[in-house]
Design a protein around this ligand. Structure first.
Ligand code: MN
Length: 318
């Protein structure tokens, strides 16, 4: 998996567990993400399907994009479309997405890079594979996460952050059998590069076969573990979990993961995305590309979009 990695994890700083941590997070549920199609028809897994919004808060939506090995001419993206009221986080593990938006943001997202787009009051954007990748086909694997904004920030100015893979904070565990990438927020003493409107942590872990990992986790945050690839367990009581499954963890101040000895030959590691944040605890009105507090605000968002008030497709659009 070509997300940012290192030859020798033992050279990385170790993740530090506070001496006071003694309450492992309990596993409340494990769900399996159904498959769907997004945009112009690229395959996704809907990671949050079947989970209570209250357990997901402050997150509202998570798609695993791929993993898929496209043939020539097959790669697909999205047309131009609007957003309001939240932030989109696109993390590309494999393959490339081109991005452009109506506030002048844009570029290539690839090989472990993250694009963080605050839609706020309104933005239009497009995400699609570059022409060369459409022609050649190839591997495509990433995630798109929607992070909610509280009422006081829903109409904030849109913002674009380009997070290069090299800027991600890398850690390992005691044995050096984990690569822990802190993309946003803090994990113990480490901080990731993503600048977030509300406190959250996003981590991508690759755990070697047979490896075990304990991670400090802010007790005020929710905690969600999604398996991108491979097989393992979550919790001290070792609930089995595998590719395309999501665990909701409650209570406690640390998380426990283990990777099965046998992994599939393609990934050779247990690949896990771990998310958490401070719940916003406000009503959520979500329809299509808008996430607001009330139905009236959704209606307003549609009217504003139709009147061109969410932005214009740039003249030099891709
Ligand atoms: Mn979008």
């Amino acid at each position: 998996m070509p997300a940012i990695t290192v030859e020798n994890p033992l050279e990385l700083p170790r993740v530090v567990m506070a001496l006071t941590t003694d309450r492992p997070r309990r596993v409340k549920s494990i769900t399996t993400a159904p498959r769907g199609l997004e945009g112009e028809g690229f395959p996704v897994r809907r990671a949050f399907a079947g989970i209570d919004l209250a357990d997901l808060d402050p997150f509202v939506h998570l798609d695993q994009m791929g993993e898929i090995d496209y043939g020539p001419g097959e790669p697909k993206g999205t047309p131009w479309h609007p957003h309001r009221g939240f932030e989109t986080v696109t993390y590309m593990i494999e393959g490339t997405f081109l991005h452009q938006d109506s506030i002048g943001g844009g570029g290539m997202i690839q090989n472990g890079a993250t694009q963080w787009m605050t839609a706020g009051a309104g933005i239009l954007h497009i995400e699609r594979p570059p022409d060369a990748l459409i022609d050649s086909g190839g591997l495509f694997h990433g995630i798109q996460l929607w992070v909610n904004l509280p009422a006081r920030l829903k109409m904030t100015n849109p913002r674009y952050q380009d997070i290069e893979a090299e800027s991600v904070s890398l850690l390992t565990n005691e044995n050096g059998d984990a690569i822990i990438r802190v993309i946003a927020g803090t994990l113990g003493d480490a901080a990731g590069p993503g600048s977030t409107h509300t406190p959250i942590t996003i981590v991508h872990v690759s755990l070697s076969p047979g490896g075990q990992l304990a991670l400090p986790w802010n007790p005020a945050y929710n905690a969600l573990t999604y398996v991108l690839a491979g097989q393992g367990t979550v919790g001290l009581d070792r609930h089995a979990i595998g590719e395309g499954q999501m665990a909701v963890h409650v209570d406690g101040d640390f998380l426990v993961l283990s990777a099965n000895e046998a992994q599939d030959s393609r990934t050779q590691a247990f690949e896990v995305l771990i998310l958490g944040g401070e719940p916003i605890r406000e009503p959520v009105a979500h329809y299509g590309p808008f996430v607001m507090n009330t139905k009236a605000e959704l209606q307003q968002a549609f009217e504003d979009y139709q009147a061109g008030r969410l932005g214009q497709i740039p003249a030099d659009h891709i």
